[in-house]
Design a protein around this ligand. Structure first.
Ligand code: C2E
Ligand code: MG
Ligand code: MG
Ligand code: MG
Length: 291
């Protein structure tokens, strides 16, 4: 069984530990400690303009190597943090770190940071963004906040006010995982997004014979263009997928076909003459990342 000891105490992670709630609590305690002791990292995944293979942006993705658990997926620990108050300091940390790192990249490369609904709707969020920009000196239009439709679940007046304040700051807004939530189209009517990110699930099936996913990708790109937004297609892993996405009008691609997320040191190594180019090559060549 697991014992919930204090900081720095040894802990067992027994396979017998069945109590999910207890396990969540342990993970949350460990995550809190990881944040406090600087054990979290941000890795960056390139967003590539397929016309010339130029990197135009990077998405900051949180990485956590736990001493016993190994690499813990953000798909696991982010939802746990989101169900607690920890998401606020965790998200603030990511914003600050990402802006600081991006300030060292060429000015043509933006940074995208994921923002949880709970973080977005918390009082003081706009100030955190302003602080992160100020502390890093990053130009506001180089920061893109990635939101999901869940931000629209709360008080809509407060949400509108936050959107407005963020646009006043000059940061960019992207709607992540587009096409997987619901009622998205009514949100698009008024929310000031600069970009839609086509969810990976459409790419996964875009080479299928029936072509429905490919057609949906075409439609999302068309919708996005009509509303004056950019589109990034996420999760492109294979050459045949890349071909479909290009044929369907996709201009910006993020996926393992170009690169996985990499640490800041590797980003800096890849910058040559103030620019950053990547050829598509499939996932296997890109070792640095664990996911
Ligand atoms: P997301 O924002 O949709 O990020 C894209 C996810 O797709 C990342 O997973 C990325 O590694 C993965 N991905 C990109 N290209 C490919 C590909 O070609 N193939 C495959 N199989 N996967 C690909 P990751 O890093 O595990 O992050 C999962 C989710 O965790 C993110 O989804 C985001 O919702 C959340 N997340 C990560 N970092 C943060 C953060 O700092 N703050 C918040 N609030 N959420 C975060
Ligand atoms: Mg994202
Ligand atoms: Mg996404
Ligand atoms: Mg996601």
């Amino acid at each position: 069984a697991a014992k919930n000891g204090g900081r720095g105490q040894f802990r067992f992670y027994s396979a017998d530990l069945k109590d999910e709630e207890e396990e969540r609590q342990l993970l949350l305690d460990d995550l809190r400690q990881a944040l406090e002791s600087d054990q979290l990292e941000l890795h960056y995944q390139p967003v590539v303009r397929v016309a010339d293979n130029r990197v135009v942006g990077m998405e900051a993705l949180m990485r956590w190597e736990h001493e016993e658990r190994g690499w813990v997926s953000p798909g696991l620990f982010i939802p746990v943090a989101e169900d607690s108050s920890l998401i606020a300091p965790l998200g603030d940390w990511a914003l600050h770190r990402a802006c600081q790192d991006a300030a060292q990249w060429p000015a043509t490369v933006r940074v995208a940071v994921n923002v949880s609904a709970r973080q977005f709707t918390a009082a003081g969020f706009v100030d955190v963004v302003a602080d992160a920009l100020q502390a890093s000196g990053l130009a506001p239009d180089r920061l893109e906040l990635e939101l999901t439709e869940s931000v629209f679940m709360g008080d809509s007046d407060a949400t509108d006010a936050t959107f407005h304040a963020l646009k006043q700051l000059g940061v960019r807004l992207a709607l992540d995982d587009f096409g997987t939530g619901y009622s998205s189209l009514s949100y698009l009517r008024s929310a000031p997004f600069d970009k839609l990110k086509v969810d990976k699930s459409f790419v996964d099936t875009c080479t299928q014979k029936d072509q429905n996913s490919a057609k949906i990708i075409t439609a999302i790109i068309g919708l996005s263009k009509a509303l004056g937004m950019e589109t990034t297609v996420e999760g492109v892993e294979a050459f045949d997928q890349l071909e479909v996405v290009k044929a369907r009008g996709g201009e910006l691609v993020q996926g393992w076909i170009f690169a996985k997320a990499m640490p800041q040191a590797m980003v800096l190594q890849n910058i040559h003459d103030g620019a950053f180019l990547i050829e598509p090559s499939g996932p296997d060549k890109h070792r640095p990342d664990r996911r």
